[in-house]
Design a protein around this ligand. Structure first.
Ligand code: MSP
Length: 518
């Protein structure tokens, strides 16, 4: 029986175009989804767009467009980004879809039916940040030089007075604390967990879950003067994606509760406090984990429109290539921490790891086989200790890589794979197959076989990060599609001698310009 795995990204606001931060989250989640598929899991991967709320409504208005028409335009950019980045999502949800209206209304009704006291009508008088789509108490705000209040993230706030429905979050303080205690892996990394636990320990206030001074949202069941608070609607996407409210359908039964919600550090409160409380109230199961990644800065600075350093994912692909960009982001950003994008460093990293280490290994090995072995994988003779050492290092590395991957520590996985690639390059230099060609052609065949088999292993191991290049290498080696799984990185599935290879072409060309300028 196959193991199931459901993973999601946050859904992006469509008030602007996709940027490097969105790309990073999509790639990180994609890498995990691909890793799990290659590890034999039945994976569902959901991503999409968050289209309601005041922020999107205002931006549409500024652009002189109806909200839905504006959303159609920007959501298309996000959907295109998933294709450009080779994201393997199984579904793309838009919160303006009918299925999502049905699910959002259903969760509201489920909360009301299961816990009638959890929703009550009242009035909100207080601060609201449209940028964050979040309510703030005055004590959480800071006064700017202009005398106005700002959120800790620097967003302006506006005073709001409106009738609204409240959710009795205050009733969930103890239940949530118990849930965190019983499920120590729910919030990752630990530093974020500490932040949330201390926030909840201070006691929770009820929150407003509807808005009345604009219309762009899902109407509240039985009271259409109200639209649902955008975060209640947005969080619900994770169950819309598996067929909610039909909790009897295969999709829901197979994939809910989700294994991991991958999100950025700025939205943990919504995912680790509000979302589990809504689900508890609606009597639905809670997700197993929320993984909060850090933020990507650019040349040491926060990305922002006012600084003018916002990077569109396509710019990086144009500069470095797609797989190179994916590799760079996964290699450079440590687990759960902020990462920095620096152009000079990117050129160095890509040239050193991809062009020089892996690219060169593949190119020189396959060229030697092509030229000296009639373009066929040679049949090896007996392996020496050195041969076995290299191959066993590859065959034995997976359990450690999996441990890192399960914690989403992909920079560690890559560090581990590249250590072995360095070993393989040292092996080429030591064995010097070009010299063996004259002195000991039989030994040359064994060395080239060992290298080709090592490359088969590397190509499978790198598939989550650099899928195009990995498949290209495996195509060269004629490895069948159904053998491109982690379990095939073993001696039992080693290459057979005699396989004809195509004329090798470089997989990772060396990037010239910037490194030389530097
Ligand atoms: N719409 C909400 C999420 C709702 S999920 C039910 C939202 N949207 S967003 O467009 O502002 O952000 C989408 C994701 O991108 C979030 O997880 C956010 O943390 C992430 N990032 C936004 N900027 C980022 C960086 N500079 N770096 C890394 N991730 C960043 O929040």
């Amino acid at each position: 029986m196959s193991k199931n795995f459901y993973i999601t990204t946050a859904i992006s606001y469509v008030n602007g175009s996709p940027h490097l931060g969105h790309a990073y989250e999509a790639i990180l989640t994609d890498v995990m989804a691909r890793f799990k598929r290659l590890d034999g899991f039945n994976v569902k991967f959901l991503t999409g767009t968050d289209e309601h709320g005041q922020k999107v409504a205002k931006t549409a208005e500024t652009n002189g467009m109806e909200p839905k028409a504006f959303c159609d335009k920007t959501a298309a950019e996000f959907e295109a980004m998933t294709e450009t980045l080779n994201i393997s999502n199984d579904d793309f949800i838009r919160t303006t879809q009918d299925r999502h209206y049905t699910a959002s209304k259903a969760i509201w009704s489920a909360i009301k039916d299961n816990n009638p006291d959890d929703i009550y009508l009242s009035k909100y008088d207080g601060w609201y940040s449209v940028r964050d789509e979040a309510y703030f108490t005055e004590s959480e705000l800071e006064k700017g030089e202009d005398g106005n209040f700002y959120t800790p993230g620097g967003a302006p706030v506006e005073w709001v007075e409106e009738p609204c429905y409240f959710f009795r979050l205050s009733a969930y303080t103890d239940k949530l604390l118990k849930f965190y205690e019983d499920n120590p892996g729910f919030i990752v990394p630990q530093s974020r967990k500490n932040e949330i636990v201390s926030f909840v320990k201070d006691g929770l206030q009820d929150i407003s879950i509807s808005r009345t001074n604009f219309k762009w949202g899902v109407p509240v069941p039985d009271d259409p003067d109200h639209v649902m608070y955008v975060w209640l609607d947005a969080l619900t996407n994770y169950i819309t994606g598996v067929g909610y409210p039909n909790t009897d359908c295969d999709e829901y039964k197979t994939f809910w509760p989700a294994d991991i919600h991958v999100i950025g550090k700025d939205i943990i409160r919504f995912h680790c406090v509000y979302w589990p409380a809504f689900l508890m109230s609606a009597n639905l199961e809670l997700p197993k984990q929320v993984f909060a990644h850090g933020f990507i800065n650019v040349e040491g600075q926060k990305m922002s429109k006012s600084v003018g350093n916002v990077i569109a994912p396509q710019n990086l692909i144009d500069m470095f290539g797609l797989d190179q960009t994916r590799y760079l982001l996964m290699r450079e950003v440590p687990h759960g921490q902020d990462g920095n994008f620096s152009e000079d460093h990117a050129f160095q990293r890509i040239n050193s790891d991809l062009a020089n280490s892996l690219g060169n290994l593949v190119q020189r090995t396959l060229s030697m086989i092509y030229k000296n072995c009639d373009a066929a994988i040679p049949n090896p003779n007996d392996f020496t200790g050195d041969d076995k050492k290299l191959l066993n290092e590859i065959y034995d590395c997976f359990p450690t890589l999996r441990k890192h991957a399960d914690k989403m520590e992909f920079h560690r996985v890559l560090e581990g794979i590249w250590k072995i690639i360095a070993h393989a390059n040292a092996y080429v230099d030591e064995q010097a197959p070009w010299a063996l060609r004259k002195n000991d052609p039989e030994r040359m065949k064994t060395v080239l076989y060992v290298l080709a088999e090592a490359i088969r292993g590397f190509a499978i191991l790198v598939l989550p990060y650099t899928p195009e290049a990995g498949h290209k290498i495996l195509d060269r080696l004629s490895v069948p599609e159904d053998e491109r799984l982690f379990e095939y990185v073993s001696a039992d599935h080693a290459l057979s001698g005699g396989i004809i290879i195509e004329k090798p072409e470089g997989v990772f060309p060396r990037l010239e310009m910037k490194e030389e300028a530097a």
